[in-house]
Write a protein that binds this ligand. Structure first.
Ligand code: ADP
Ligand code: MG
Length: 353
């Protein structure tokens, strides 16, 4: 998925967007909407979380009113959920790789700005819950400090002016399409980290589209490289997941030659939404058998083009039999790469044939 269109230019300064780029704002919006809809006697559906990813609050409210046939206007919904949403700012988690990137650039003396369409006071409130963030930015600029927000380039032009740097020396990192458009209109280099799954094609105006902040290679832009990769793998803060092995799509071992022991995804929708799609590794414990090395993917599986985000662990051991129903525990310790598609499963068997 990481595609660079042409030789990137060398930059010295970085301008970051906040919601959806550094912060998993959608995760909290999801929880707020869940509480709100239950109050209205509506049943929460996991698919809603997919729908709100990368959308503006107005777009989300419009979709919710329509989809749930609510007897209130979009504006009513907005004013009802706004205070609920701001109450939850303390719970907005940093996106994978956000802390790592901020620390890395800061410790290497790279000047950074934060430029978001939300108001400066909202930005400051949101980042106050993340240690070391405020001090890392030389410039913090809100949508209320310019005449027109993104997709207008104004906010980025102002950020460059305040950092006292040429536009051509700035790299913008953005998750949203209006943000990418704004960065390009400002004459800056732009890396897109789309929040919307499987929408990389929409971001063709960006200079590079990456899967997550974990996949950013600053040296491509003349910035200091990360030094935490070990032989092509990136150690991450370990996390755990576990449950009984269930029937998956029934096509893993048959089609790909790689059986994946599926866990009930509905139990893990929150944890899965917190982790970027991609290929990871770690350890797998089976209650009655032992502990094995494990490689897994999280995501939508580009080959099968799944609609639901799933977790697919492949245990590096030849069991010679299935073990459905057994308790499986996973400890995920490292990231390898984004999910990738392949044209066919073997020379004579392509998906299109
Ligand atoms: P499903 O779609 O039901 O998950 P798969 O074709 O992916 O079917 O096969 C997965 C099943 O294969 C697992 O649930 C497990 O019972 C079995 N299995 C056997 N060996 C392995 C292995 N090394 N790693 C993962 N699952 C394995
Ligand atoms: Mg499977």
């Amino acid at each position: 998925m990481a595609a660079t269109k042409h030789f990137p230019r060398m930059v010295s300064h970085v301008i970051l967007d906040l919601d959806g780029t550094l912060l998993n704002t959608d995760g909290v919006m999801n929880e707020v909407l869940k509480v709100f809809l239950v109050k209205y006697g509506k049943r929460w559906d996991n698919k809603i979380s997919q729908k709100i990813i990368g959308r503006t609050p107005l777009e989300v409210a419009t979709a919710i009113v329509k989809d749930f046939s609510l007897s209130l206007t979009t504006e009513d919904l907005m004013s009802a959920i706004s205070p609920m949403f701001s109450d939850q700012w303390c719970n907005i988690k940093a996106l994978p790789g956000a802390n790592r990137l901020i620390k890395h650039l800061r410790s290497n003396g790279v000047t950074m700005a934060l430029a978001s369409n939300s108001s400066k006071s909202c930005i400051e409130a949101k980042i106050s819950f993340h240690q070391g963030w405020k001090e890392s930015f030389s410039v913090i600029i809100g949508g209320d400090e310019v005449t027109t927000g993104k997709p207008s380039p104004e906010i980025f032009l102002e950020a460059a002016k305040r950092m006292n740097v040429d536009l051509s020396n700035c790299l913008v990192i953005e998750d949203s399409l209006p943000g990418v458009v704004a960065g390009k209109a400002a004459g800056m280099a732009v890396v897109a980290v789309p929040s919307l799954p499987k929408q990389a094609g929409l971001y063709s105006s960006a200079d590079e589209v990456i899967n997550s902040l974990l996949d950013l290679h600053p040296e491509k832009w003349g910035l200091p490289p990360f030094e935490d990769w070990i032989e092509g793998t990136l150690p991450i803060k370990p996390w755990n997941i576990g449950g009984p092995v269930i029937k998956g799509f029934g096509r893993g071992s048959k089609v790909l030659g790689i059986p994946t022991a599926n866990l009930p995804a509905e139990n893990f929708s929150t944890i899965l939404s917190e982790h970027t799609s991609g290929v990871y590794f770690g350890w797998a414990g089976l209650s009655t058998r032992g502990i094995y090395k494990m490689v897994m993917s999280i995501g939508w599986n580009p080959y099968f083009d799944n609609t639901e985000k799933t977790i697919e662990p492949w245990l590096l051991h030849d069991f010679g039999e299935d073990f459905y129903g057994e308790e499986l525990r996973l400890a995920i310790v490292g990231y390898i790469r984004p999910e990738a598609n392949f044209p066919s499963t073997c020379e004579s068997d392509s998906k299109d044939s």
